[in-house]
Design a protein around this ligand. Structure first.
Ligand code: HEC
Length: 93
């Protein structure tokens, strides 16, 4: 599963080099999130009433924390892409 995620993120990264920042970044974040982040919690933690995250900064920090626990080896731009995707879809800061 993780290998598939890596492969897809690599493809997305390469196709993203041409520019088209925003849409490409969100698509990349979505893929990375779907393949890596739904094993412990679903998306309900992002929208629950007493959610922990209150700003874009702490969202990036939390994505990084979960990411480090997972040992995915994501680069900063991948962490940021996932944080942006979560913000666009759920947090809306
Ligand atoms: C090893 C298990 C695990 C995995 C895999 C995991 N998380 Fe988490 N995550 C947690 C736990 C535990 C919490 C805290 C949940 C709670 O307080 O109920 C959490 C909470 C969060 C929150 C905060 C939710 C809130 O309250 O606003 C975010 C954002 C988040 N995770 C993002 C991610 C992302 C992005 C990934 C993929 C890189 C990921 N998680 C993968 C365990 C995990």
């Amino acid at each position: 599963m993780r290998h598939i995620g890596k492969a897809i993120s690599t493809v997305l990264l390469v196709t993203n080099l041409g520019g088209v920042a925003q849409a490409g970044e969100l698509a990349k974040g979505k893929e990375l999130h779907e393949f890596n982040c739904l094993s412990c919690h679903g998306t309900e933690v992002y929208t629950r009433e007493n959610r922990m995250i209150g700003s874009m900064d702490s969202l990036i920090t939390q994505v990084n924390r979960c990411n480090v626990n997972l040992n995915t080896g994501w680069f900063d731009d991948e962490v940021e892409a996932v944080a942006r995707y979560l913000n666009e879809s759920y947090y809306k800061f």
